[in-house]
Design a protein around this ligand. Structure first.
Ligand code: DGY
Length: 337
């Protein structure tokens, strides 16, 4: 049994594969593989451990219907045509739960960085502009006691809410399809309409999956409803906000600031091609004093990436053995196997 891996995963993943007696081929080169090359590699293997979700569309699954399992090295699967995978009888696995804390920490880091103008001030020092500081100059704002509006209070949003209520005494408003009774009981989170969340929050943080319902859900209309002193944080998916409208809202100071771990597209660029990691210099978000952008580092800690690798390999091993995946996205496939 052979698995194809399209990027270099943490060592623990390779070790687990070796212990299970599974051979693997790893694509270690830059640039990354294009879809056609990935299909060719998959044709010579029994399973695919996919870092990133690019190209996992209906054609891919049609071409690679021999695969016994596709294990994603991510919790998100918005880029994968799950219906097509299921139709071709291919189980898909992901890495849930293990990145909740790391992603919540990333949202918190963005909140603090924007609220305290940290990156702007760091850059000011680098430009030799420390100068004489006046007590009224370059002021940020306290997060303590403020209101945090969470859009999508699931596993990651809950971790963020815990930190913010317990350490900063922040109040939590949330907007979900269904109520989160546990969060309401544990830290007094209040389920509100989207409008109330937007108008009442000092920080709005997005933790929803990218679906046809959430695509582009944050645009100028929503930013205009937010307080002009409020911050927008997105660590979920870039497709949830309309980037050009966010840029306009920041330029016109419709909102106070934004912190993004995800952009649309990724990497940020007007000139992305299938086979290149293009420059990210051509995006005005990077020129703004009130915006902070990270290159999708939500899960990028040693501990979390080790756990993600472990989950992905556990999915591969189970799939190759014809067993139900421990972390299935389309469990209905396994029931029929
Ligand atoms: C995920 O797992 O979906 C993250 O966004 C990738 O780091």
């Amino acid at each position: 049994m052979k698995v194809f891996i399209n990027k270099i995963i943490p060592e623990i993943g390779f070790k687990l594969l070796e212990e299970a007696g599974i051979q693997y081929t790893v694509w270690k080169e830059k640039p990354i593989l294009d879809r056609g090359q990935a299909i060719q590699f998959c044709k010579g293997h029994d399973a695919f451990l996919s870092v990133g979700q690019a190209g996992l569309d209906a054609d891919f699954f049609k071409e690679c219907k021999h695969l016994k399992v596709v294990a994603l090295h991510s919790v998100g699967f918005d880029g994968v045509d799950i219906k097509a995978a299921t139709a071709n009888g291919i189980p898909i696995g992901n890495t849930p739960n293990v990145l909740n804390k790391a992603t919540a920490e990333t949202a918190l880091l963005l909140m603090l960085t924007v609220a305290r103008k940290a990156l702007f001030l760091h850059n000011k020092i680098k430009k030799g502009q420390w100068g004489v500081s006046q007590p009224t100059q370059d002021l940020g704002f306290d997060l303590a006691g403020k209101t945090l509006g969470i859009v999508g209070l699931g596993r990651i949003g809950t971790e963020l809410a815990k930190i913010c209520t317990r350490s900063w005494g922040m109040k939590i408003l949330y907007h979900n399809r269904s109520a989160n009774a546990q969060a309401e009981k544990e830290f007094g989170a209040k389920l509100v309409s989207m409008d109330e969340l937007l108008t009442s929050s000092d920080v709005v943080s997005v933790h929803t999956a990218l679906t046809s319902e959430t695509k582009g859900m944050f645009g100028m209309e929503q930013f205009k409803k937010m307080k002009s002193s409020a911050i927008f944080i997105n660590t979920a998916r870039g497709g949830v906000h309309k980037e050009d409208e966010l840029i306009e809202a920041l330029k016109k100071q419709v909102i106070w600031g934004a912190g993004l771990d995800v952009t649309n597209p990724e990497p940020m660029s007007k000139f992305l091609t299938a086979n290149s990691i293009a420059s990210s210099k051509d995006n005005s978000l990077l020129e703004m004093d009130n915006a902070v952008v990270f290159p999708h580092i939500g899960s990028a800690t040693k501990e979390t990436r080790d756990k993600m690798s472990t989950c992905a390999v556990e999915n591969i091993i189970a799939g190759l053995n014809g067993d139900p995946l421990p972390y299935p996205v389309n469990p209905e496939v396994q029931q029929g196997r």
